[in-house]
Design a binder for this molecule. Structure first.
Ligand code: RP5
Length: 164
């Protein structure tokens, strides 16, 4: 199976990023986590992303806050799918990173999840890899079934408490 690379602009993004890593770990996807910045170490980003396909990666996740250019910088240098996690910062509550991530020019797409939406970034990365992996696709179906079962359980509790 292909690997996932999660890049983050700063180690201050790690508490958010960890959730994506945990999801991928639960799905059994080999994941590399690195700190690299589109602004502070752009040459390292270009080097890592330029070699990502040859190094066995199938999906890139890029987490950054403020003027979040990391995902765009990744997408500029690879044909692998890139998922952006806009990270919330104090001044604009993550809206800055959301808009910086989502407003990509035509021809250079980045799939952007919600502000701090690291769980969905992990799930989406696994879903992309699952297209070519029967075993992972089966795990994904079980994950979805688990969500449904929890939802039904919640419904029973609420119904018993409120209307029962
Ligand atoms: C971005 O600036 C990082 O991704 C981080 O979210 C934000 C602040 O970085 P630090 O000042 O915490 O290193 O590049």
């Amino acid at each position: 199976m292909k690997k996932v690379a999660i890049l983050m602009g700063s180690d201050s993004d790690l508490p958010v990023v960890r959730k994506a890593y945990d999801v991928l770990k639960d799905f059994g996807v080999e994941t590399t986590v690195r700190v690299m910045s589109a602004h502070r170490s752009p040459d390292l980003v270009a080097e890592f992303i330029g070699a990502a396909e040859a190094n066995g990666y199938g999906v890139i996740i890029a987490a950054a806050g403020m003027a979040a250019h990391l995902a765009g910088a990744c997408a500029a240098n690879t044909v692998l799918p890139v998922i952006a996690i806009p990270v919330k910062s104090k001044a604009l509550e993550g809206l800055d990173a959301l808009l910086s991530s989502v407003m990509m020019p035509p021809g250079v797409p980045v799939a952007t999840v919600a502000i701090d939406g690291a769980v969905n970034a992990g799930v989406l990365a696994a879903q992309i890899l699952a297209v070519g992996d029967d075993n992972l696709r089966q795990k994904m179906k079980e994950y979805k079934a688990g969500q449904k079962a929890k939802n039904i359980e919640s419904d029973k509790k609420v119904t018993a408490e409120i209307s029962g």
